[in-house]
Design a protein around this ligand. Structure first.
Ligand code: NAD
Ligand code: USQ
Length: 389
């Protein structure tokens, strides 16, 4: 299959491109290096020493003989580059990672809010419009987020995208229906993902574009089988207060004996998935596309849920590092339960990697290996959801 990977230089995109290439698919990456430029803006670097994309691609070809193509442009800005690429290269599928993905970054200032909305919505709309204009039969696999649902469950499992409802009529009858699960975003970033859903629903209804939207939980870990083949292929590891996600931050903090930064009481429950499962789920979604005429397909791409304080205590027990309770910079519920359905990916053959102590140790070891690259100043989360007046 020919697969175009938008955002293929990023944390999820790079290991996905390698995994698909290793599985025998023809892969081509598009990226504008917005993520590497955000590191320059924030004066921080990946904990792991990532090499330039040109080096990554050359090493992969040397090791495997597989060539991965690359085009450098902004998907949200350069519509005609995207259209021409789809017309000329005729991909079977496009995996769409090319969005600004950090909630704290999206809340830093009005510029960051406007950038995140403009980048994410234009990237998604440009992709869909280009597919329609090109008339190429493309399956879109998009990386969405569990955060589109909010994280409260009212005691029932969050379904995969759609909610069955009953509407009472004035005549006393009940009409059964199914609607997109009500969106409940907790940041500007998450809000863009709820709006992506409407773009997919519209282009699917109007133009029969085939879409799989993967509502992914928090990705943890860093290496996959392919990125571990050579140090020059190493995946990025974000640890800073804007882009670092919670479990990887805890593991890095443990490696340098920095008290674990639990926001509030740590009563928030979130969904998680290891990066090795991310690449496997995307492969499963690509190799089992929806039929023509199917509505947008939604899979919940997560394997387990955890309360943050439980994760912090687990990491603390394994490593002896203390837990620090920090005033929560975000505007979020202090506590929530989270029950999630993930039947579709399991039915397609996903065998989840759970958060076993061995894997936690592996990530802590990687963090320890590169601990001298940590800038302690960059660990605190300084982006506030509501600016104190
Ligand atoms: P990332 O920032 O590491 O990667 C995104 C890549 O897209 C970067 O290389 C960036 O340069 C590129 N990009 C962004 N805007 C672009 C544009 N307009 N044109 C071209 N390239 C552009 O993020 P990630 O962690 O790999 O996340 C990928 C996707 O998965 C995101 O859409 C994110 O919302 C979703 N997701 C990530 C996680 C997670 O924990 N990392 C969890 C759930 C969902
Ligand atoms: N948190 C801490 N301590 C920290 C960092 C975070 O307690 O040092 C807390 C946050 O307050 C929040 C939770 O951990 O309650 C998750 O924060 P996060 O930064 O790990 O994850 P989030 O902002 O939700 O975003 C990440 C990815 C995003 C993806 C989302 C999936 O950056 O791209 O969409 O996870 S989900 O959380 O399921 O919506």
């Amino acid at each position: 299959m020919k697969v175009l990977v938008l955002g293929g230089d990023g944390f999820c995109g790079w290991p996905t491109a390698l995994h698909l290439s290793n599985q025998g698919h023809e892969v081509r990456i598009v990226d504008n290096f917005a993520r590497r430029k955000a590191d320059v803006e924030l004066e921080v670097s990946s904990l792991t020493p990532i090499t330039p994309l040109g080096t990554r691609l050359r090493v992969w070809q040397e090791l495997t003989g597989n060539e991965i193509g690359f085009d450098s442009f902004d998907v949200a800005e350069h519509y005609h580059r995207l259209l021409t690429l789809i017309e000329d290269w005729q991909p079977d599928a496009v995996v769409h990672f090319a969005e600004q993905r950090a909630a704290p970054y999206s809340m830093k200032s009005s510029w960051h809010k406007r950038y995140t909305v403009s980048n994410n919505l234009n990237a998604t709309n440009n992709l869909l419009a280009a597919i329609v204009e090109s008339d190429v039969d493309v399956h879109v696999v998009h990386l969405g987020t569990m955060g589109v649902y909010g994280y409260g469950t009212a005691g029932v499992k969050i379904p995969e995208g759609y909610l069955q409802i009953q509407i009472p009529t004035p005549e006393g009858e009940v009409v059964n229906s199914e609607i997109l699960y009500p969106p409940n975003p907790g940041s500007i970033y998450h809000m863009t993902k709820t709006q992506d859903q409407l773009l997919f629903a519209f282009y699917n209804k109007n133009d029969q574009v085939r879409v799989t939207d993967l509502h992914q939980g928090i990705v943890w870990g860093t290496q996959t089988a392919e990125t571990a083949k050579d140090e020059r292929l190493i995946n990025r590891f974000d640890y800073d207060g804007d882009y670092g996600t919670v479990l990887n931050r805890f593991l890095m903090q443990a490696a340098i004996n920095y008290p674990l930064t639990v926001h509030g009481t740590g009563g928030q429950t979130r969904a998680f998935i290891h990066v090795q499962d991310t690449v496997r789920c995307i492969q499963l979604a690509l190799e089992n596309p929806p039929e023509h005429g199917d509505r947008v397909r939604v899979f919940n791409q997560m394997t387990e849920t955890h309360r943050l304080i439980d994760l912090a205590k687990l990491v603390s027990r394994l490593t002896g590092v203390e837990v620090d309770y920090i005033e929560n910079p975000r505007n979020e519920a202090a506590e929530n339960d989270l029950l999630v359905t993930n039947d579709h990916l399991i039915e397609l053959g996903l065998s989840p990697i759970t958060l076993e102590e061995g894997l936690l140790t592996e990530v802590t070891e990687i963090a320890a290996k590169y601990a001298d690259r940590v800038d302690l100043e960059k660990i605190p989360a300084r982006s506030l959801w509501r600016v104190k007046k």
